[in-house]
Design a protein around this ligand. Structure first.
Ligand code: FDA
Length: 402
């Protein structure tokens, strides 16, 4: 580490893209330090030895973007298959297309509505349910966190009910959200619901983006290609904090680990929601017929089942076994962080850490852990290119000119 003028902590997308740029564009040696025993961060993929199926260890990853710069950049290293993400939701043992679209509504209410009839139908549902509480007025139910549903929605439940009405909300969102966040939806902000699209046509594609797909040879291949330059050295199984004291003075440091850890948690710990995946090999060629199925009911403890064989329609998996992953959501488990939690306490801590980070020279803290922000992969790549172009590249040209 003491020999390197460029050090990158983390071999996830943020670190790998910046290391690639430093080696290929600046033609400089760069050291990538990774505490896990593999490259790729949370995008890591591998081939299951029993079934031969390519799977994503930290949850299903579908690449999708409308950002042309990112799309062109990433395709310099790999090719994508033609996979399009479509999700089903299993309610009362029946499968519905999800996110909610015209097929979902027609199937749920046993109708044959036309697109132009949906708005009126939904409005009449909402009207008939106005004032009804989502908990059906049960005695054990807690009082609503905000005012009743009339007026601007003040929480997740009110927001969802104002768009979908009670039946669809309870079937597909209420208990799913409780399982996911371990919080009453009335205590979540309305904005969380806004992220979920609702359609009045039969479009069941999960994403609206211009391009999507899965790397044909898996995500790990993308990372092998990004880190292929001989000027890049990757140190696996190495925690940066154990060798930090050896870092060359004035080295350019890109750090994609947790921002609170970087400052020794001096202001306190940021909290995270995490996931647990339970793996099972099934003696069937195809278990559920789709890559992801949601389970929104309270009685089923997991939120989703992933079956990765369906992510690669171009591959001919000939075996008669398949691999599945049941996904469980867990409340804060700081040692395996997945999703930042948007609470006021966390925002306050984050701004204290950001202030400290802004004082540092030649240190760039970013990525999902460093920015304490959920980024899709295309956003992470965009952020990495931006850091390289606006922070690292200008500094280097100055040094070269001097
Ligand atoms: P990432 O966590 O990948 O990498 C950081 C690396 O730094 C890790 O390898 C870590 O081990 C290492 N590190 C941390 N501290 C260290 C230390 N002290 N010393 C050495 N190394 C250290 N996006 C999308 O576009 N489509 C999708 O379908 C999904 N799906 C999805 C599912 C789930 C469950 C999650 C949680 C996320 C997604 N994503 C996604 C988002 C995607 O995972 C995300 O954009 C990238 O992983 C972010 O890359 P980073 O490099 O920022 O972090």
């Amino acid at each position: 580490i003491s020999e390197y003028s460029y050090v990158v902590v983390g071999s996830g997308l943020l670190g790998a893209v910046i290391a690639e740029r430093i080696a290929n564009q600046l033609d400089q040696p760069v050291l990538v330090i990774e505490k896990r025993d593999h490259i790729g961060g949370n995008c890591y993929s591998a081939t299951d030895p029993t079934t031969g199926i390519e799977y994503h260890k930290y949850g299903t990853h579908i690449f999708h973007t409308s950002n042309e710069k990112v799309w062109n950049y990433v395709r310099r290293f790999i090719t994508f298959n033609t996979y399009q993400h479509r999700v089903l939701s299993c309610y009362k043992n029946r499968l519905y297309p999800f996110p909610i679209n015209l097929a979902t509504i027609n199937q749920f209410y046993n109708r044959n509505l036309k697109p132009y009839e949906v708005e009126d139908f939904m409005a009449s549902l909402r009207q008939s349910q106005l004032g009804q509480r989502a908990d059906g007025g049960r005695r054990d139910a807690q009082p609503a966190a905000g005012p009743p549903t009339a007026g601007a929605p003040t929480n997740f439940e009110e927001q969802a009910m104002s768009l979908l009405g009670r039946d669809l909300y309870e079937a597909f969102f209420k208990y799913y959200t409780i399982k996911q966040w371990q919080v009453d939806p009335r205590h979540l902000p309305p904005a969380i619901f806004n992220r979920l699209p609702f359609r009045t046509n039969y479009d069941d594609n999960y994403f609206f983006d211009r391009w999507q797909g899965i790397p044909e040879k898996g995500y790990t291949h993308l990372f092998e290609r990004l880190l292929a330059n001989r000027k890049i050295k990757v140190l696996l199984d190495t925690d940066f904090f154990e060798i930090r004291h050896l870092l060359k003075k004035d080295a350019c440091l890109v750090y994609s680990g947790a921002i609170d850890r970087f400052f020794d948690y001096k202001h306190g710990k940021l909290s995270w929601r995490t996931l647990r995946f339970e793996q099972e090999i099934i003696d069937k060629a195809d278990y559920q017929g789709n890559s992801v199925i949601n389970f929104p009911e309270a009685e089923i403890p997991y939120t989703r089942i992933h079956e990765p064989r369906h992510l690669h329609p171009e591959k001919e998996y000939t075996g008669n076994k398949t691999i599945i992953f049941r996904e469980y959501s867990l409340a804060d488990q700081g040692d395996n962080p997945y999703y930042p939690i948007a609470s006021e306490d966390n925002q306050r801590l984050l701004s204290l850490y950001r202030k400290e980070a802004a004082q540092l020279k030649n240190v760039f803290i970013s990525g999902r852990l460093g920015d304490y922000k959920y980024y899709d992969m295309h956003q992470t790549i965009d952020r990495a290119l931006e850091i390289f172009e606006t922070c690292i590249l200008p500094q280097t040209s100055t040094i070269h000119v001097v």
